[in-house]
Design a protein around this ligand. Structure first.
Ligand code: NI
Length: 390
């Protein structure tokens, strides 16, 4: 079955919602207008329940099909980014400095389209919960919704997410079993030396020199401790020290991010970083402290659900446009928190040859709406009917 006809019929309506969200981007948990509009539309579709304020500003719509079957969740994100839009489009952002540069406007609009279709047709056994989460862009809104009882309250047994991907052909699908997105942690290292006159370094403890050795030594964790067949990234992205050319600073700070594709690698990097930081500082007579802040976990797809997602996607666009063995990416994804709690699948849908995610010229490709919505609808119809919870 290719694109569902009645979904193609509401392509324009969904596009209008998408462009309205695009023109009114909101940050993190402050997605009040977007969440309000989503709740209003869900009510107008006649869904059985609309719950707001879950995980602060998350919205859930519940649609019952025929009795029996399972309850599954379809998830979209709602938040935008602090970027000044440079597309010059008619529907460009009207909130200066904010922009839907990751396509969450498209994700939300597509899920609304799926909800409308599912509420009208109810051609499935069980229940579909449509989940609209705030704060995907670094605010852990998915975790906030989970901790607010999302899965227990609605009895959700499996959960599915989708993200657009520029560079992947328009309407094609890509995903993989196991890790698909990396853990995303951040760290700060505070090095304390002893300041002094730059001409008498023997009377000081130079934290800049310590920082230099630390930067080099930290790279050895990825090069020498991580299994070469596994993956990790350790990037130091900021360093701060000193204020004059003739003064040895008393403190230096380094910060950056760590990405890994498996929980054991993540633990290993954190542990080794602690040892390197402490001991390099000690070797130079300085002291240092590592503040390692865990962010999003590894996004891990469940193999059975990826198989199902691949079958559904193939049904819609043909198997030649579905890659179920893509190479994982080192970006982080908040959906990881949901997949830690319930089995499911996260897939990419091709946005075509557009500007990249998080750039000021990016725009969600409205042409992929019927494909994305058809995928969600078919996935919901099939996944609710599965008798075993995989
Ligand atoms: Ni995104």
């Amino acid at each position: 079955m290719p694109i569902i006809n009645s979904i193609a019929d509401i392509h324009e309506e969904i596009t209008a919602w998408r462009r309205d969200f695009h023109a009114h981007p909101e940050l993190l948990y402050e997605v009040h207008r977007t969440a309000g509009k989503i709740a209003e539309l869900l009510e107008s579709f006649g869904v059985d329940e609309v719950a707001t304020g879950i995980g602060r500003t998350g919205v859930v719509g519940v649609i019952h099909g025929r009795p029996g079957g399972r309850t599954i969740g379809l998830r979209a994100d709602m938040d935008a980014l602090p970027i000044t839009e440079a597309t010059g489009l008619e529907h460009a952002s009207t909130n200066k400095g904010l922009m839907h540069a990751c396509g969450h406007d498209g994700h939300s609009a597509m899920l609304l389209g799926a909800a409308k279709h599912l509420a009208q047709t109810r051609n499935f056994d069980g229940t579909v919960a449509v989940i609209f989460q705030p704060a995907e862009e670094g605010g852990a809104g998915g975790l906030a919704m989970a901790e607010d009882g999302l899965f227990e309250r609605f009895g959700i047994e499996a959960v599915y997410g989708m993200h657009n991907l520029p560079g992947l052909p328009e309407g094609a699908f890509a995903t993989c079993p196991g890790a698909i997105m990396a853990s995303a942690d951040e760290f700060e290292i505070a090095i304390v030396g002893e300041g002094g006159h730059a001409a008498w370094p023997h009377l000081a403890v130079d934290p800049v020199l310590v920082a230099g050795h630390m930067i080099t030594a930290l790279q050895a964790i990825v090069a020498r401790n991580i299994d070469p067949l596994s993956s990790a990234v350790l990037s130091i992205t900021r360093m701060e020290a000193g204020s004059a050319y003739n003064v040895i600073a008393s403190e230096a700070r380094l910060s950056g991010t760590v990405r890994t594709l498996d929980p054991a690698g993540r633990d290993l990097v954190e542990e080794r970083m602690g040892a390197v930081v402490e001991n390099i500082a000690k070797a130079f007579g300085a002291s240092a402290k590592l503040d390692f802040r865990r962010g999003y976990p590894v996004t891990v797809n469940h193999p059975d659900h990826i198989r199902l997602a691949g079958e559904i996607a193939s049904e819609i666009v043909g198997a030649d446009k579905v890659d179920t063995a893509m190479t994982p990416m080192m970006g982080g994804e908040d959906f990881a928190f949901m997949l830690e709690r319930r089995p499911g699948a996260y897939v990419f849908i091709g946005n075509g040859e557009t500007s990249g995610l998080h750039t000021d010229t990016y725009d969600f490709n409205d042409e992929i709406i019927p494909v994305g919505v058809s995928y969600m609808v078919r996935l919901a119809e099939v996944a609710t009917a599965l008798t075993t919870s995989k």
